[in-house]
Ligand binder design. Structure first.
Ligand code: SAM
Length: 251
């Protein structure tokens, strides 16, 4: 069901005693592929919310139906987030519970929601986090590379010159670097990494939590050679580390 932000009567749903009685904005993590990865607390939050703000109402609708959740949805995506935010915050101020989800994973992480949360905090509207998956964490923990200090770079610039400039900034980076990449840019990015950073140890995590989940570990050259033979498909997290082997054994 798609809701409008206006003319909706205040109808607080019954909620367990542990749930807050004032309105709240809940940032809810959702699966990154496997629909069973929706946490019980996320299900409860989505069921008891008055409204769910989501990127794509049809996409989120599938997840909600799978879990028997009938809460109305309203779209919140990169093109309407600023316009939608005042109305959503007004809903919370008037005592309603609004849940924010994205198409997959944790909202705000290379996904919409930052402006909404930023404005909620500025307006002293209560915000809480209902944890769920984030692809960057899956890629990092399965990479085999050091996890004690890491930096997340989101998506790299699509244009070659800007992408290479970004890679240049990692030349002195001692932390493990995690980023997202689209399958059609993967080969170009691996080639640029090899050219700019040399043969650093890396991992490409593909289709995490899904049927064709795959982790490939190796140097930039090895991974380039593999994906030249096996054209990349699906969603990717890329991880690399410039730290020396001896340092890593001490981490
Ligand atoms: N908010 C999401 C999160 O918490 O991970 C990220 C959203 S971003 C728009 C989508 C990108 O995340 C994909 O292009 C891919 O790089 C990465 N991603 C999402 N799901 C993935 C999966 N199942 N396996 C590998 N990478 C994934």
């Amino acid at each position: 069901m798609v809701a409008t932000l206006t003319n909706r009567p205040i109808s607080r749903k019954a909620s367990p005693l542990s749930e807050p009685r004032v309105g709240v904005l809940s940032v809810v993590g959702t699966p990154i592929g496997n629909l069973q990865d929706l946490a019980p607390r996320a299900i409860e939050t989505l069921k008891t919310a008055d409204l769910i703000a989501c990127e794509d109402t049809r996409h989120t609708g599938m997840l909600l139906r799978r879990h028997g959740i009938q809460t109305p949805c309203v779209s919140l995506h990169e093109h309407n987030e600023r316009a939608r935010t005042p109305g959503l915050l007004e809903q919370v101020r008037s005592g309603r519970s609004v849940a924010l989800v994205s198409d997959g994973g944790t909202p705000l992480i290379s996904d919409p929601g930052w402006w909404l949360v930023h404005e909620a905090i500025a307006a002293q509207v209560p915000v809480r986090w209902i944890p769920g998956p984030a692809a960057l964490i899956g890629g990092l923990v399965l990479s085999g590379l050091p996890t004690d200090r890491f930096v997340f770079e989101g998506f790299l610039p699509a244009k070659a010159a800007a992408r290479r400039r970004r890679l240049e900034t990692w030349k002195e980076e001692g932390r493990t670097v995690v980023f997202y990449e689209s399958p059609h840019r993967l080969l170009k990015t691996l080639r640029d990494i090899r050219d700019v950073l040399g043969d650093v140890p890396m991992a490409c995590a593909r289709e995490l939590t899904k049927m064709f989940e795959e982790i490939r570990r190796g140097t930039a050259s090895e991974l380039f050679a593999h994906f030249e033979q096996h054209p990349p498909r699906g969603e990717f997290v890329i991880v690399l580390s410039r730290r020396q082997q001896e340092e890593r054994s001490l981490a």
